[in-house]
Ligand binder design. Structure first.
Ligand code: MN
Length: 503
């Protein structure tokens, strides 16, 4: 058997010597640190970080990301400390490794899959560097591919979590191939019989469909050439989970779903995409309600393409996707495109990538990685923070929220009787802004009551209203309106007496 590290090294051919030796040093380091550990499969543990790193090599990610992937489990599973990683591989790597570790800890804190959307947002909020999420997704992808060695119950819960959290996260970041693979692997474990049924059905129809699609493809290419368009076309099989979803939403058997396979056409410019759409619709009649223009109206993750379904040869409904080559690479790489590394020691000029440009446009003409990430974060998160209750439930609050906001969010009575708060077990001042992922505990006392000063340091409207309401009801000499707090003037006694006499 060839040495695992040698096999790994052969995948680094595209990189320069210096990067290669740094990466190999990290690979050896991971091997040494994990030396006695085994995976559930019985394999040596370090095969896992090696495979995760390979996924990222295939995505052309930069050397720091690959090194972080090699070391992604060492903080959690071994005694190596953060500073040692920092000294050997630099601060960026150390921070990324720590980021991936934090996500694992976070997962252990959270108890409910119902909170999936919030968890996804929190992961993005935590990862100061989006590459942390990309590493985590690659980690997930390898783990999902080796689930069969775990007991069934554990397998199912990991698969459900993958479907609820990680596949949508890949989708949100626009890495479509990863989303598709994660979904298929999840379905395989959650619903094995349906997975096998769909898989074997597709296999049985493959050669028949292939011939017919080749014919359709050929017709499109020929017609486009006549119009002077140079395009490329490819046949595309829908991934299994998306067929499963169609069967469920349309309540149909797979034999009644026609667009299992489709054709994808890549053009040079977006104008050519529309020209080609016209050509296709002239060749075969389009099916009503199935045309979508994601070029004019991109999806939230910047996906762009034209989609149409046509009544093709023999009355077969066929989905055709038309996009430019740039749009295609955005669809495949998503935000990962920002770190594509061509081995020359330089990142690809980010200006040429459409997804980067679009993010930039949202915020003037700023450039640089930090601006770019800030834009993504703003878009994804709007300014929220995510904290835990002692029971492991996640609470979303606006940025700068304090323990008082948290308490009123839980319950008005808790808010109104708050005397103190703890974050991760230590007492914090009530006016201190909460931080992402803290576990917040509120201490109450029956005698405690809201103080007018609380209005100065709460961030939620809910807490503000509750405090105002309470003060208006209980503090007789305060007058509180939306923005004003004033001492109520008592009517002078003499006047009041005079009045009562007059009556
Ligand atoms: Mn791992």
């Amino acid at each position: 058997m060839r040495n695992q590290l040698e096999i790994f090294k052969s995948k680094l051919d595209g990189l320069n010597e210096k990067d290669q030796s740094k990466i190999m040093d990290a690979a050896q380091c991971a091997k040494d640190l994990h030396k006695d550990q085994k995976r559930a499969s019985g394999e040596p543990y370090f095969i896992h970080p090696l495979r995760v790193a390979e996924i990222l090599i295939d995505m052309n990610m930069d050397p720091d990301t690959i090194i972080s992937a090699l070391l992604h489990d060492v903080l959690e599973d071994t005694n190596v400390v953060f500073n040692e990683i920092k000294r050997r591989y630099g601060k960026e790597v150390a921070n990324m490794v720590e980021g991936v570790t934090k996500i694992s800890i976070l997962k252990a804190k959270s108890k409910s899959i119902q909170e999936a959307e919030t968890i996804r947002k929190m992961l993005l909020a935590m990862a100061k560097d989006i590459r942390v999420i990309i590493i985590k997704l690659a980690d997930k992808l390898h783990n999902m591919g080796t689930l069969e060695f775990l007991p069934e119950k554990k397998r199912k819960s990991i698969a459900a979590e993958c479907l609820e959290i990680y596949a949508p996260l890949a989708d949100r970041l626009g890495i479509s191939w990863m989303k598709a693979e994660l979904e298929d692997l999840a379905l395989k474990h959650l619903n094995p019989s349906t997975f096998d049924y769909i898989e074997s059905y597709i296999a049985s129809k493959k050669s028949e469909k292939k011939n017919y699609l080749k014919k359709a493809e050929h017709t499109i290419l020929k017609t486009a050439a006549k119009e002077g368009l140079r395009i490329t076309a490819s046949t595309r099989a829908k991934h299994i989970y998306s067929i499963y979803r169609k069967m469920k939403s349309r309540k149909r058997d797979i034999s009644e779903i026609y667009d299992l396979l489709g054709i994808r056409i890549l053009c040079k410019t977006s104008n050519e995409c529309y020209t080609l759409l016209g050509i296709v619709h002239k060749l075969w009649p389009p099916i009503e309600g199935r045309f979508k223009d994601y070029i004019a109206m991109p999806k939230a993750n910047q996906y762009q393409s034209l989609h149409t379904s046509v009544m093709c040869y023999g009355g077969r409904i066929t989905e055709i996707q038309i996009r430019t080559e740039d749009m295609h690479s955005t669809a495949e790489y998503g935000v990962a495109a920002h770190w594509i590394y061509k081995g020359t020691g330089k990142r690809v000029n980010s200006d040429i990538h459409p997804i980067i440009n679009r993010f930039k446009k949202w915020d003037g003409a700023k450039s640089g990685s930090n601006e770019f990430l800030a834009d993504i974060r703003r878009e994804f998160l709007r300014d929220s923070i995510y904290v835990f209750t002692p029971n492991g439930h996640i609470i979303e609050l606006p940025k700068n929220s304090t323990a008082i906001d948290f308490a009123f969010h839980i319950h008005t009575e808790i808010g109104a009787h708050t005397v103190g708060a703890k974050a991760d077990g230590s007492i914090i001042p009530l006016n201190q802004a909460l931080k992402n992922t803290q576990v917040i505990e509120i201490m109450t006392a029956n005698s405690a009551k809201p103080h007018v000063n609380w209005l100065r340091f709460v961030a939620t409207t809910r807490a503000k209203n509750k405090i105002r309401h309470w003060l208006n009801q209980h503090e007789e000499n305060l007058f509180i309106d939306k923005n004003i707090i004033a001492k109520k003037k008592k009517p002078p006694k003499a006047v009041a007496e005079k009045r009562s006499r007059l009556l």
